[in-house]
Design a protein around this ligand. Structure first.
Ligand code: 5GP
Length: 176
């Protein structure tokens, strides 16, 4: 019989809240200086939804919110091929775009999205991630705002799933 994987708490709700607050403070202060005053926060579905909704409520400057759906994972394995499942509804032209993502692993997803958005005439494109598995990186990509650097573990919770389960855990857990 197949062994059932169990989630084990890895980053607490309190630690996440503190980190989200400090990232939002930095983002608010950085973009306050932008001349465009047009911040478009772009969440990557579905993993970023919880992080994004907590983050934007702590950002103190006006912003628009939109989503894009990308997929490169099947179960707990990356396929290395990024597929776009849904596009933006808002125009990115002339705006400061802040991509919000749950986790960066190989970097393929964020590299693909950043390059794609840069072709659409935005004012700027920056990246904000909650978790960074830096040791798994396969391509070079600058992360402008990051929460936690984590080792090469498969994690779930706070928006992250395993076959669509565990997204509603209020903390980040490792599957054991
Ligand atoms: P990358 O393209 O950087 O390899 O992978 C980014 C995507 O892979 C993330 O958006 C996320 O959906 C998925 N991913 C990478 N590592 C993990 C992990 O540890 N747990 C979960 N649930 N998804 C992951």
């Amino acid at each position: 019989m197949k062994k059932q994987l169990k989630p084990k708490k890895f980053i607490s709700q309190l630690k996440i809240q503190q980190k989200v607050r400090s990232i939002a403070k930095k983002i608010s202060s950085d973009y306050k200086k932008s001349k465009t005053k047009k911040l478009l926060v772009v969440g990557i579905l579905k993993g970023s939804i919880i992080f994004l909704s907590d983050l934007v409520r702590q950002i103190t400057i006006p912003c628009e919110i939109d989503f894009i759906a990308l997929s490169s994972y099947s179960g707990i394995k990356t396929t290395g091929v990024v597929r776009q499942l849904l596009d933006l509804r808002e125009s990115p032209v002339g705006k400061d775009i802040l991509i919000v993502e749950d986790i960066v692993d190989t970097g393929y997803t964020l590299k693909y999205l950043k390059e794609n958005l840069l072709t659409r005439k935005p004012k700027s494109v920056k990246i904000c991630v909650l978790l960074d598995k830096i040791e798994c990186r396969k391509v070079n990509i600058d992360i402008d705002y990051k929460g936690f650097v984590i080792p090469n573990k498969f994690v779930v919770g706070y928006g992250l799933d395993c076959n669509e389960m565990y997204r509603n855990l209020p903390y980040v857990a490792a599957l054991k």
